[in-house]
Design a protein around this ligand. Structure first.
Ligand code: BES
Ligand code: ZN
Ligand code: ZN
Length: 476
């Protein structure tokens, strides 16, 4: 039913009627006010407009025609201020008017990065997931004419990447199984002119991905590994691995309903690596990128893998299954082993891996683990800056806890220990070659309550933080 595309409807350059939006903060309002005509000054006074964050007024002539818009922002300029503005303007204007006008931001005293955040926030607020609803064309969409003062490619990539993650995660599992996730990857690779390799079903066994096969074998929707590469072979190799569990029932260790209900989002890691790849490719970061997605459904059947089974992994390590609901780490382990075989300089995985990471950090803060502590701390620090505004938090890859994963009959147990997120990360580390820098992101991929510019449902968590880090490390 649903078809994944890149999100664009908030951008318009074809309309004749333009309306400019002038931004001010509280400190700058006095100076701005002096330049305004008497009528506008009076309007500001009457409405109490002083340039406070998220204040908006539409200036109209005697006939009621809109002349311009004044909008208050903080000094830092937050993404959400672009989103809040979008929302306010949707209320201020009729659908007929909105279909005729393009809004345009005036750079004024703003810096380029601040203007960029306002554009991106606007685009994120325009997102709708309404493919399953009727009457969608009645929705109001304030359209934006991208400013000459921002990098259009960058703004578009930011909005498209975030909305791609949302679309992929929001699409229910009946329309987003391993087949459809492959279709989405195919759409992505065709868009970027690269080819997609797929290793599917029994070929996973002959090509030696036994754990991807075992986790996915109980589902009619056959397991597979998606694999593509982009960029100049001479550039540093960066590989992204994303957990693509299209639905996680828990397997024979079946999840109770209250936990299963959100498990369409268990392919959120794969959505994140596609979003991140879209940023990297669109902005032409000088890296040789590879993306690996083990796409499976963790289902039940007479043929399902069982708790206490001992699985053989691609790496040759035998794994005792502690719990069939800890399936993500198994499929990631084979993909990570494969990734390391071509010795990338940097390996990054994204996964909705543990409930324990949420107990530690809540919904909004992704847990970041790395075998390079300085790098991890650097990413954490950068993620909270004004430029990024996508905080992530480093958790310990605490070696002494490795023994809690000891198995009496196999090389390792897939579960064990109290610190669940660390245990999962330590399990994955067993499959990472020692000389490879590795970042593991345990993410939620979901917005629980819904906020301005961030609707309830599938959400990006840490994707932009990692992009900012990559851009700093490899950018021009
Ligand atoms: N997909 C879940 C983790 C998850 C649950 C992420 C809820 C976000 C929200 C994962 O496959 C899982 O079920 N993990 C188990 C591991 C346990 C059995 C060791 C968990 O976290 O409970
Ligand atoms: Zn699970
Ligand atoms: Zn899972």
């Amino acid at each position: 039913m649903s078809k994944i595309t890149f999100f664009k409807p908030f951008i318009s350059d074809k309309r004749k009627q333009h309306l400019s939006i002038v931004f001010t903060n509280q400190d700058g309002f006095e100076a701005l006010s002096k330049k305004l005509d008497k009528h506008t000054q009076a309007l500001c006074l009457e409405r109490g407009f002083v340039g406070k964050s998220k204040q908006v007024i539409v200036v109209r002539d005697q006939n009621g025609n809109a002349q311009s818009v004044l909008a208050g922002v903080t000094k830092d300029v937050h993404y959400t201020e672009g989103s809040a503005l979008y929302k306010k303007l949707s209320r201020e204007f009729s659908k007929d008017m909105l279909d005729k006008i393009s809004f345009e931001f005036e750079i004024g005293a703003l810096k380029k990065d601040q203007l960029e955040r306002l554009h991106a926030g606007w685009g994120w607020a325009a997102y709708r997931f309404d493919v399953y609803k009727k009457d969608t064309d009645k929705k109001k969409v304030p359209a934006l004419l991208l400013s000459q003062d921002v990098d259009h490619k960058r703004v578009e990539a930011l909005v498209e990447s975030v909305c791609l993650i949302r679309d992929l995660v929001n699409t229910p599992a009946n329309d987003m199984g391993p087949d459809e996730l492959e279709d989405a990857a195919k759409m992505f690779t065709s868009h970027h002119n690269v080819s997609l390799k797929v290793i599917k079903d029994k070929a996973l066994l002959t090509k030696n991905f036994p754990m991807i096969f075992d986790v996915g074998r109980a589902s009619d929707r056959r397991p597979r590994l998606l694999d593509f590469t982009w960029g100049n072979a001479k550039h540093p190799k960066v590989t992204l691995v994303g957990k693509g569990v299209c639905f996680d029932t828990g397997g024979l260790d079946l999840k109770p309903s209250e936990y299963m209900i959100t498990m369409k989002k268990d392919m959120g890691g794969s959505a994140h690596v596609l979003g991140l790849a879209h940023m990297i490719i669109s902005l032409n970061l000088p890296v040789r990128l590879r993306v690996l997605i083990p796409a499976v459904e963790n289902s039940i059947d007479g043929n399902a893998y069982r708790p206490s089974d001992v699985l053989r992994s691609r790496k040759g390590i035998s794994v005792e299954v502690g719990n069939t609901d800890a399936e993500g780490r198994l499929v990631l382990a084979d993909a990570i082993t494969y990734a390391c075989e071509e010795k990338p300089e940097l390996l990054i995985d994204f996964a909705t891996l543990t409930g324990a990471a949420r107990v530690a950090l809540g919904h909004d803060l992704p847990a970041l683990f790395s075998n390079d502590g300085d790098m991890a701390y650097g990413i954490q620090k950068q993620s909270a800056t004004n430029e990024v505004q996508d905080a992530v938090w480093n958790l310990p890859l605490w070696k002494p806890y490795r023994e809690e994963l000891n198995s009496t009959i196999a090389d390792i147990n897939s579960t064990g220990g109290k610190a669940g997120a660390t245990a999962a990360a330590l399990f994955l580390q067993e499959f990472v070659a020692e000389d490879i820098e590795w970042i593991h992101m345990d993410v939620f991929a979901w917005e629980v309550n819904g906020r301005t510019g961030r609707p309830k449902g599938g959400a990006d968590t840490g994707m932009r933080a990692i992009f900012a880090f990559l851009e700093k490390r490899y950018g021009k």
